[in-house]
Design a binder for this molecule. Structure first.
Ligand code: MLT
Length: 263
């Protein structure tokens, strides 16, 4: 399905009934990365997935934008769907957007799931890498970004034993428009630090990390667990950064346990 929010056409799926659960995808992915979570959760919840602006089948605006603008799209989509409050679940970039959402619309958040992500903002070096990657996306296209990213998005187990997962992630990454990839890199470079925001969060927070995630080191997610008052940390074995699609059964079990506790 598609709707226009904030002048941008957004593609989304809305299935199941009950507690609304909104999934925000990683970079440079799109909503297809949540296929297994949609299937597993829809008998228990109302599951919404979307292609964030600039990804998948959603529009890529010409102008630049921030992660807050992407969070505002999510809020507008909720209004369109008559949803007041939801569990917001984000992985990596999706986690940054989930925190931007919580900063701006705390009353619309029932709980957060933050997977393979971090509260800290980028170092200067990290920001420079993003600007180079944005330039590369514009000059060489999405396949070049997929070639750079897939070997670090997936853990060694998936890279060695799961050619189907490698193929799927590559296909998703290659399907995103260069303009959206470049804009998202610039938006991530500009994100603020959310450490103090999250230290004051008074909602349930589930943290999930793939045991082989090289992009979100254990020290960062352990620090998040200590910093966020009502946080639980689950480690997904034999999964890298895209823990939800590398080990969907373990990831879904963690989500279902969390949903049961919320209900
Ligand atoms: C992601 O998976 O969304 C990216 O690794 C996030 C990032 O580049 O910080």
């Amino acid at each position: 399905m598609k709707t226009t929010v904030n002048d941008v056409e957004i593609a989304y799926r809305d299935e199941g009934t009950g507690l609304p659960f909104i999934f925000l995808h990683a970079f440079p992915m799109n909503q297809r990365m949540w296929d297994e979570q949609l299937e597993a959760l829809k008998p228990h919840c109302r599951v919404i997935t979307l292609d964030l602006r600039g990804f998948g089948e959603s529009q890529s605006p010409n102008s630049s934008y921030s992660l807050e603008d992407m969070a505002s799209d999510v809020r507008a989509l909720m209004k369109h769907l008559s949803i007041d409050r939801a569990v917001i679940a984000g992985l990596s970039m999706g986690g940054y957007i989930a925190m931007a959402f919580y900063r701006n619309y705390p009353d619309a958040v029932r709980a957060l799931v933050l997977s393979d992500t971090r509260t800290v903002s980028d170092t200067d070096e990290g920001r420079s890498r993003r600007f180079l990657s944005a330039q590369k996306a514009a000059q060489e296209g999405p396949a070049a970004i997929a070639r750079d990213m897939v070997p670090v998005l997936l853990g060694p187990t998936s890279l060695k034993e799961r050619p189907d997962v490698v193929e799927r992630v590559t296909r998703i990454a290659e399907s995103n428009p260069s303009r959206g990839i470049a804009a998202a890199q610039r938006a991530m470079a500009g994100r603020p630090d959310s450490t103090s925001l999250m230290s004051e969060a008074r909602i349930p927070v589930l943290l999930i990390r793939g045991s082989e995630d090289a992009l979100s080191p254990p020290s960062e997610m352990e620090a998040m667990q200590k910093n966020i008052p009502a946080a639980t940390l689950k480690i997904i074995d034999r999964a890298g950064h895209l823990s939800n699609l590398e080990q969907p059964d373990l990831f879904n079990a963690a989500l279902l346990e969390f949903v049961t506790a919320l209900n």
